[in-house]
Design a protein around this ligand. Structure first.
Ligand SMILES: Cc1ncc(C[n+]2csc(CCOP(=O)(O)OP(=O)(O)O)c2C)c(N)n1
Length: 302
């Protein structure tokens, strides 16, 4: 069965008519992920856009066809670990999933997540990374890229956007030897489905999936370009797709041949309102950061 056939016949476990912004990649990521994870699952969605657009259920009109709970911003991994442990005795086949934003993951929930990986909790933790606290007004998070104009790192006469650089949580969790770590993109759906299937097969530890999730409202792009921006992020090596399992890194996209001719990161930045003030030095700093991270990743992958 092809991926297209699989997705066409799999049940959509998320209700139609959610109030996500147009072009929100997180909604597509949630629907696609749940098609692979399947109905025998329990999902935790902390405060953020996905909770806000109604995935946990509003007024009996929205929600999901599986049980959903709403952890706090900072405790998704520990709450879902407890739920998994309760199910481990009753029915170990129940998949326990966290679907959390980058703020809830790399900042507020980092300690819980790191501890759950260390304890080898058998949960699937999915971070949809829209690169900011988008639901509450576009504040900078730990994954906001260098130079981005956010409400807490504005560009103006005193500052030029975010001075920090994007925190690399997938690499940090790989270094912690989580059972399975992968980066995913809504622009590469066969790879996305393949990695979710692998995460579902893990029985001896934590699976961490990090999805870059273009956000037209926060990035200042038009909704129909979300998939295109996700693709450009991969092709410019801004967000390479790879996986880590049992000591081995494997780069999925771009291929090494394509990476050797990768487009400059400026092609990903172009047209995004959050970067329109960027001066040459900041754009160069971002390119150097991307090059350095790609160098580390490609050496790790041999
Ligand atoms: C401890 C705590 N601080 C602040 C909030 C308010 N709050 C609700 S959602 C949210 C943004 C979450 O950002 P992120 O996890 O990146 O998800 P996104 O909104 O981008 O989907 C914040 C700060 C909260 N719920 N709990």
């Amino acid at each position: 069965m092809t991926v297209v056939e699989f997705l066409a016949q799999a049940e959509d476990l998320v209700s139609p008519g959610l109030s996500a912004c147009q072009g929100c990649a997180a909604e597509l990521a949630l629907r696609t992920a749940m098609k692979v994870i399947g109905p025998k699952s329990v999902v935790g969605i902390p405060p953020g856009c996905v909770a806000g657009f109604g995935a946990p259920g509003w007024g009996l009109k929205t929600g999901m066809k599986v049980p959903v709970c709403m952890p706090l911003l900072g405790n998704s991994a520990s709450l879902m670990s407890g739920i998994k442990q309760a199910y481990a005795a009753k029915d170990p086949e129940v998949r326990v999933v966290a679907f959390a934003g980058d703020g809830a993951t790399v900042d507020a929930g980092f300690q819980c997540l790191s501890a759950a990986a260390e304890r080898r909790e058998n949960i699937i933790y999915i971070c949809y990374d829209n690169e900011g606290y988008m639901n509450t007004g576009f504040q900078k998070s730990g994954t906001t890229p260098h130079g981005a104009h956010m409400s807490t790192t504005p560009s103006g006469s005193c500052s030029q956007g975010n001075a920090a650089f994007k925190k690399d949580l997938p690499l940090m969790l790989a270094m912690q030897d989580a059972a399975y770590v992968a980066t995913l993109s809504v622009s590469h759906i066969p790879d996305f489905v393949d990695k979710l299937k692998k995460a579902c097969e893990v029985t001896d530890g934590l699976s961490y999936l990090h999805i870059l999730s273009p956000c037209p409202t926060g990035w200042g792009t038009t909704p129909e370009l979300s998939i295109e921006y996700a693709r450009k992020a991969v092709e410019t090596l801004y967000f390479p797709l790879y996986e880590y399992s049992r000591g081995t890194f494997t780069i999925s996209k771009p291929t090494l041949r394509a990476a050797a001719k990768a487009k400059p990161v400026s092609e990903f930045l172009a047209g995004q309102r959050r970067f329109r003030h960027l001066c040459e030095a900041d754009a160069l700093a971002l390119q150097e950061h991307v090059d350095r991270k790609w160098g580390i990743l490609s050496r790790l992958a041999g």
